[in-house]
Design a protein around this ligand. Structure first.
Ligand code: SF4
Length: 448
């Protein structure tokens, strides 16, 4: 499942899991006069993404958080064998449809698609089918991608791509700040409040129309610096020793709280700290995979390759500019300098050329968390997700070859099962490993 796909992200999806062309005939001339609803696939990333759409004049909104009604509506139209994210996204769109006053002539939904083997390819198809069945065939389900030159977006695509990337990186930064602060706060709720305020401020900058790129970047760095200071001012007791748990797995489920039964909050309540794999990691992977495919096709020296390398460089430079204020704050939480480090580390378990998707990243990320001194790793996946199943089969060997670091897979099917017991046992294993781990953890300077 691809989070925050659609702009910036979607244009770089690897083959087999990337978005296909927007095949919806109902898309018509575009979004004029319509509100674009974006499914909530992460905590704050989708709000930022919607703000990026608004910056180019598209009336975009992030859908509210999923709830029991989401599942009820999603289940009503599915056979029961689909992945949980399929049920959640469909259910959330149907909640919009059942809103009093819903006007199908003024609404559009965003959902990327794929022509590859993953079931993600069926999401947009299914949503369109259900909309037809319930009498709303005129509601477009859009998948704007570079493959169709952003047909639905007209001239807005390139600008949106860049702002969308900034939205994604900015929201990754805010999520990191939240997760490294919340477990240590003295007053419950302070870190969440800082996160909500910071997200609002990030979105205010992202959604401003007519800003030149340099102006927007300056304003974003300033908003993120304010967010940094706001988090630093949260009353907290930063004591060393709390088990640090790397979180990886299927991208939608690991980032969407309702889908994963709030695993991260529960982990914190049980005494752990989470370090979750960024959404941008997926973009780096897609960039790398695009280059791999071009080389395999004999187009290693081509204009397409040149464009891909240029985009990668620009994205890295943008990320470095946005991350600059956080040198101290993210000590010990550094991501690899390049995605190839992760892909190389995972190569002997799951070669990039022989597999696709999160499982490739999960195979390599184990090594990164291990070397950064994490005390355990949790994989979050929807029940029956092929990414999760393949990864789970590899983890025993990976644990054995990484000094016995505990790795556990948690699967979710929307039934709201009790995960506390499993987390408590896992944290005991993590504490035991912490006493003998070969790589120490590094901390920001204010830890005692
Ligand atoms: S199989 Fe897994 S990765 Fe693919 S769509 Fe389903 S949940 Fe997402």
């Amino acid at each position: 499942m691809v989070a925050e796909a659609g702009v910036g992200v979607s244009e770089t999806l690897p083959r087999g899991r990337g978005p296909g062309r927007a095949a919806d005939p109902a898309a018509g001339p575009g979004l004029l006069g319509r509100r674009l609803y974006i499914p909530r696939m992460t905590d704050c990333g989708i709000e930022a993404f919607a703000a990026a759409f608004r910056s180019v004049g598209i009336d975009a909104v992030a859908l509210p958080r999923p709830d029991a009604r989401t599942l009820e509506l999603g289940s009503r139209h599915l056979a029961g064998e689909e992945c949980l994210p399929a049920k959640i996204t469909l259910g959330d769109f149907l909640k919009v449809v059942e809103t009093p006053g819903f006007d199908p002539r003024r609404a559009a939904f965003l959902m990327t698609t794929t022509d590859g083997p993953c079931r993600f390819g069926q999401y947009a198809v299914t949503i369109r089918k259900v909309l037809r069945e319930i009498g709303y065939p005129e509601v477009p389900v859009l998948s704007p991608t570079s493959e169709d030159s952003y047909r639905e977006l007209g001239d807005l695509g390139p600008e949106l791509t860049r702002t969308g990337w900034w939205a994604l990186v900015g929201s990754d930064i805010l999520r990191k700040l939240l997760l490294k602060t919340r477990p240590y706060e003295r007053i419950r709720g302070e870190a969440d409040a800082a996160f909500a305020d910071s997200t609002r401020q990030l979105c205010e900058v992202l959604q401003q129309p007519g800003l030149r790129r340099r102006e927007r970047m300056r304003a974003l760095v300033s908003a993120l610096t304010r967010a940094r200071d706001r988090f630093r001012s949260v009353s907290a007791r930063y004591e060393k020793g709390r088990p640090l748990i790397g979180i990886q797995g299927e991208i939608f489920c690991r980032h969407e709280e309702f889908s994963n039964d709030q695993l991260i909050r529960r982990l914190e309540e049980c005494g752990g700290e989470a370090w979750i794999s960024d959404v941008s990691e997926w973009v780096w992977y897609c960039n790398s995979d695009q280059e791999r495919v071009l080389r395999a096709e004999g187009r290693g020296v081509s204009f397409v390759m040149l464009g891909a390398k240029l985009r990668d460089r620009i994205q890295h430079a943008d990320e470095a500019a946005l991350m600059a204020p956080f040198a101290q704050d993210f000590v010990g939480y550094e991501e690899p300098a390049h995605i190839d480090e992760i892909l190389r580390a995972g190569e002997r378990y799951l070669p990039q050329s022989g597999a696709l998707g999160e499982m490739v990243l999960s195979a390599g990320k184990v090594d990164h968390f291990f070397r950064k001194g994490a005390d355990g790793i949790i994989d979050i996946s929807p029940f029956s997700c092929m990414n999760g199943i393949v990864s789970e089969a590899l983890y025993p060997l990976q644990s054995q070859e990484h000094a016995g670091i505990p790795i556990k897979s948690f699967y979710f099917d929307g039934k709201g099962r009790d995960i506390i017991h499993g987390l408590e046992i896992f944290l005991e294993l993590a504490r035991s490993y912490q006493r003998r781990k070969p790589h120490p953890r590094h901390y920001p300077p204010w830890f005692v």
